[in-house]
Design a protein around this ligand. Structure first.
Ligand code: ATP
Length: 433
């Protein structure tokens, strides 16, 4: 090939890496494993195709530790480096996962090249339903996906879902991590700086502060490596918000995740008859009971559509939201959204948001004025109509005056406070901007 220019371009491949189930209630966080991996691979010159993904899976999953988070990294690299990168990923997961817990069952997925449609379908289902490990293993085998499991490896479900998740609706979260020496100690975050950040960036960032209690919402209460995370509609705003927070302790690293948080992707519009435990649903129907509150403060109503009836709950942690529910009356048309659980009382929809479409007209009945003297008449006894004490005039029960009841609520969408909100649930604030 004398004289011909020799091309040195090396064939590049896309590798999608998914990781899940590395943490226990006592420590670690799968986002931290993702963050460390992101930095390690970048330092090795591996090209990142996007931000790392923080994928929230089904919030009703009984196996979750906390927020059912899995992570994915999407990289482009020379074919000859793939083996080495995979080894590094597995070694890192081995090094960081929480050992000694039966429920911590790490999983890692490697998808080379295009993500097939049925894989994306599986990921979508993992956000909305319960899927089995067998199904994940079969799908991986038939799609050429490499899965690795440790300690039982249930995390392969989440790892496969995260690696194949199509992030076509998203927000961002900039997360600062603590140095290992500080894990498990009280987080030293300047609360005033969080309030100032919230004011300066509100609308672009969200859920920094609980508006009802003033509680700081950017830091977890668990002994995990996360120091704080700022959620935002853009990566730039998330990072800008995080930089405005004063930390009185060292920050080990900061990573901005692209995430399906605040997208409502877990919600499935369906009829009451189609509701199943552990899914999240939107049902439209008519209130068919008066609301009632039980000791402990949990409040319930029943909603009916053409296919059946369901109990809808506003539990005590939803605080003021319960007042909205308590103001409902039979006949009101609503859309209720939330997770479906099997409770001793039956299938129950745990409301995250409630849209009041129309309010039913209710009336208060009162005695009519006396046709003789004009004074208000008195009841003449049960089913006896009305009698005027002054002039003895009588009128039947049907003569009662009907006054429309003034309702305390208005049609509109209502939501639970940030402290009771699912990561996947879209705050109403984001629909207003
Ligand atoms: P953290 O948010 O702190 O990272 P976590 O709440 O994400 O913790 P995990 O420790 O990851 O919880 O445990 C969730 C487990 O449930 C994983 O093994 C994951 O594979 C599995 N899982 C996730 N979604 C589903 C689903 N839809 N169906 C069945 N299993 C699932």
């Amino acid at each position: 090939m004398l004289g011909a220019s020799r091309s040195l371009t090396v064939a590049e491949e896309t590798l999608h890496i998914g990781i899940d189930d590395t943490d226990s209630k006592d420590g670690m966080c799968t986002t931290y494993v993702g963050a460390v991996l992101f930095d390690v691979l970048r330092s090795l010159g591996v090209r990142m195709l996007d931000h790392p993904y923080l994928v929230r899976l089904n919030p009703n999953c009984p196996y979750k530790t906390r927020g059912n988070a899995a992570v994915a990294l999407h990289v482009k690299l020379g074919r000859e480096r793939i083996g080495d990168v995979k080894k590094r990923v597995l070694a890192l997961v081995e090094r960081l996962y929480e050992r000694g817990y039966g429920d911590t069952q790490p999983g890692v997925a490697f998808i080379l090249g295009e993500v097939a449609g049925e894989l994306a379908g599986f990921a979508e289902r993992a956000v909305r339903e319960i899927v089995s490990l067998d199904e994940a293993l079969e799908l991986a085998a038939s799609s050429g996906v490499e899965l690795h499991g440790i300690n039982g490896g249930r995390g392969r479900i989440g790892a496969l879902a995260a690696a194949s998740y199509r992030m076509d609706e998203y927000t961002f979260e900039a997360i600062a991590y603590r140095v290992p020496e500080n894990w498990g100690t009280v987080r030293r975050i300047d609360a005033e700086s969080v309030r100032a950040m919230d004011e300066a960036t509100r609308g672009e960032t969200f859920d920094n502060i609980d508006p009802e209690t003033g509680e700081i919402r950017i830091a977890p209460h668990t002994p995990c490596p996360v120091l704080a995370g700022v959620r935002a509609v853009s990566a730039e705003a998330a990072l800008r918000g995080l930089k405005m927070v004063r930390f009185n302790e060292p920050v080990e690293r900061v990573v901005v995740f692209k995430t399906n948080q605040a997208t409502d992707r877990h919600l499935v519009e369906c009829s009451v008859a189609e509701l199943r435990p552990n899914m999240s649903a939107v049902i439209s129907g008519v209130v068919c009971s008066t609301p009632y509150t039980i000791p402990g403060g949990h409040t319930f109503i029943r909603i009916r559509d053409a296919s059946g009836e369901i109990i809808c709950a506003a539990y005590e942690p939803t605080r003021e939201f319960r007042n909205i529910v308590r103001s409902l009356m039979p006949g009101d048309r609503v859309r209720a959204m939330g997770g479906v659980k099997m409770k001793p009382e039956g299938l129950t929809l745990n409301m995250e948001k409630l849209e009041i479409l129309t309010l039913a007209e209710h009336y208060v009945m009162r005695p009519p004025p006396c046709p003789g003297c004009g004074r208000r008449m008195k009841s003449a006894g049960r089913d006896e109509g009305y009698r005027c004490k002054r002039c003895g005039e009588r009128l039947p029960k049907s003569a009662a005056e009907r006054k429309p009841l003034e309702r305390k609520i208005k049609p509109g969408v209502y939501e639970v406070p940030p402290s009771a909100r699912r990561h996947l649930t879209r705050p109403l604030l984001l629909n207003r901007i």
